[in-house]
Design a protein around this ligand. Structure first.
Ligand code: GSH
Length: 228
């Protein structure tokens, strides 16, 4: 008899570079780990920080310097072409990710989750593979993402309209609140729903622990699905 799947919720924000790492690692292993049913759950990192009383790592000078070095290593190890752009603070703090995460959530609702992965990845690429990083808050930026993914213009218009609808705002709020209830204080936050226990994991570096909870083998950073 086939084993029943274990639901794994990945809560992420596209302003978070470590969320991109976790997202790629989970997508790579989705078809390798048969027991995992992966759900992409957009949330708002700014609200998580505020409500949990945490602060972004870039506000701690040593942490921020450490991260720059670590990303150079992660880039090579995971083969994700991620670099923190020189205008990251402006993108993250001045502009923020509310509009981007509404775009992701609206895409999730309008396309029945079929395009959530692609749209999220394109938004991460805009910030973390360009120097300076590209905007993720303007309508013209979302249009560029939609064009890159060859969305019909009618689909893009539906997503744009949905961004300002209550259902989208509520869904993003509910995702954020659920993560907070489970104890989230940053991103990525991963919930593993095993039998009657929900385990919360923080960070892209918990991939081996996730494999352990799933009863799966972690085969290293690269799988045959590693190409972005
Ligand atoms: N060690 C974690 C990993 O490898 O993923 C670090 C993750 C991390 O620093 N995430 C940031 C965060 O939410 C957002 S990009 N930090 C909160 C904290 O460190 O308390």
């Amino acid at each position: 008899m086939a084993k029943s799947k274990i639901r794994v919720d990945l809560f992420y924000d596209v302003i978070s570079p470590y969320s991109w790492v976790a997202f790629e690692l989970l997508c790579r292993n989705r078809s390798v780990w048969n027991s995992m049913q992966l759900n992409l759950r957009p949330f708002l990192l700014g609200a998580i920080m505020k409500e949990s009383g945490n602060k972004p790592p870039m506000f701690v000078e040593n942490k921020s310097r450490y991260m720059m070095n670590e990303f150079a290593l992660l880039n090579k190890y995971y083969q994700i072409p991620l670099k923190i752009p020189s205008n990251f603070t402006e993108l993250a703090i001045k502009k923020g990710s509310l509009r981007a995460m509404r775009f992701v959530t609206a895409t999730d609702l309008v396309t029945n989750s079929t395009q959530t992965e692609h749209v999220s990845r394109e938004l991460w690429k805009r910030i973390f593979t360009n120097e300076p990083g590209l905007d993720i808050s303007e309508e013209s930026s979302f249009r560029e993402v939609a064009d890159k993914l060859a969305f019909e213009s009618s689909l893009f218009e539906r997503i744009l309209k949905a961004m300002d609808e209550d259902e989208t705002k509520q869904r993003l709020k509910q995702n954020t609140e659920e993560a907070l209830r489970e104890g989230a204080f940053g991103a990525p936050t991963i919930l593993v729903h095993k039998a009657d226990t929900t385990h919360m994991l923080f960070g892209s570096d918990k991939i081996e622990l996730l494999a352990f909870l799933l009863g799966e083998k972690y085969m290293g950073p690269l799988t045959e699905h590693s190409k972005l």
